[in-house]
Design a protein around this ligand. Structure first.
Ligand SMILES: Cc1ncc(COP(=O)(O)O)c(C=O)c1O
Length: 355
């Protein structure tokens, strides 16, 4: 057994629990990881195959073509775009770039389960602000939680796992209240699924507020979760710091070319997103018709606040052939997937409906 001591903080680190996977050879729908149910487009598969022949070489370390393409589309300077191994890695690099030991990071809770881990690993202290019973971030309470020790505030919109997006007016009020030397991270992993007309335009807020960083990903709407590519949009000085804290060569050549091919096929991919939004509405309406209280969702999942029944309900779903994601004592998150998966899930939900 190794006698090398581990960092003490690791003992208290919450484990990231990945969504349940379909066992080899079993037939089940995987609605447990907020993935895109559609397989990659043929043009994306072709780009992946083309890129494969170059994998004896290191990739372009700064993903130059990808960052240039994104910058042009987003209307920001190329120096402002930092790509990384999924937006979860980019978040870690953002925190490492700005946090000193003991700094505080204000975060909504419950929210994305990677946040507390990334905060601890950056030697910072998380300050959790409860999400409302309606699944909405409490931005006034988050602003009130900012102290002289606060270095970063994480704003997850739409919030994983509860679903709602923040509103533009409340986010503007929040940004006006937060000191300019506190970084505000707008995590928009699901932005392409947002249909709420009151939702913010994060890039407009980025243009107005030098302390705003926007995080986005190719994992969800673009269906490239398995290739790991996400990015931050930050002011050039911050972006340079994030790049300095990043894992070198974090975005593989295959991932870069797949992301570029996905941007070329964006119309087709966003049509799929539209179909998933239709399916989300069907799922939400059916659950409400069954008597469930379900928060609004602007993402590719819905949240059932099941409290202590979360795990038993998820087990029942597994037995029915649908894998969902329970958060013990709190609720169950169900991703929007294939129509057949929704139907199967709704059958189980009907059996357990509150009325
Ligand atoms: C809110 C939020 N942010 C970031 C991510 C990370 O996405 P990725 O690392 O695949 O880009 C996720 C994934 O589930 C998420 O829910």
């Amino acid at each position: 057994m190794s006698r090398v001591p581990l960092r003490k903080a690791l003992a208290d680190l919450p484990a990231y629990v990945p969504g349940a996977r379909v066992p080899v050879g079993a037939a089940a729908y995987k609605l447990s990881s907020n993935e895109n149910p559609y397989p990659p487009l043929p043009s994306v598969v072709a780009a992946i195959a083309d890129a494969a022949v170059d994998v004896n070489r290191y990739p372009d370390m700064y993903a130059t073509e990808l960052t240039a393409t994104l910058a042009e589309r987003l209307g920001v300077a190329q120096e402002s775009v930092v790509a990384g191994t999924g937006s979860v890695a980019v978040l870690g690099h953002v925190l490492t770039a700005v946090c000193e030991a003991g700094d505080e990071v204000v975060l909504p809770w419950r929210s994305f389960e990677a946040y507390p881990i990334a905060i601890e690993l950056a030697h910072a202290t998380g300050v959790r602000v409860p999400v409302g019973v309606d699944g909405r971030l409490d931005l006034p309470a988050m602003a009130a939680a900012v102290t002289r020790r606060t270095k970063v505030v994480l704003v997850c919109t739409p919030n994983n796992p509860t679903g709602p997006a923040v509103r533009d007016d409340e986010l503007r009020t929040f940004l006006a209240a937060v000191p300019r030397d506190v970084l505000v991270v707008l995590d928009e992993a699901y932005v392409e699924f947002v249909r709420d007309p009151q939702a913010p335009d994060a890039l407009a807020l980025f243009a107005e507020h030098p302390n705003v960083v926007v995080l986005r990903t190719f994992s969800k709407a673009y269906g490239l979760a398995g290739l790991r590519v996400g990015y931050a949009v930050a002011r050039p000085r911050l972006a340079t710091g994030i790049r300095a804290a990043s894992t070198p060569f974090g975005v593989s050549h295959v991932a870069q070319l797949a992301a570029l091919a996905s941007l070329r096929a964006e119309g087709e991919l966003l049509t799929r997103v539209d179909a998933l939004v239709v399916e989300r509405t069907r799922l939400l309406e059916a659950l409400r018709a069954q008597g469930w209280t379900v928060p609004d969702s602007q993402a590719n999942f819905v949240w059932l606040p099941l409290g202590d029944h979360a795990v038993t309900f998820a087990d029942r779903c597994t037995r029915a052939g649908v894998l969902v994601r329970p958060f013990a004592g709190d609720g169950v998150r169900v991703s929007v997937g294939e129509k057949e998966a929704t139907d199967l899930f709704l059958e189980v939900a009907a059996e357990h409906a509150p009325r």
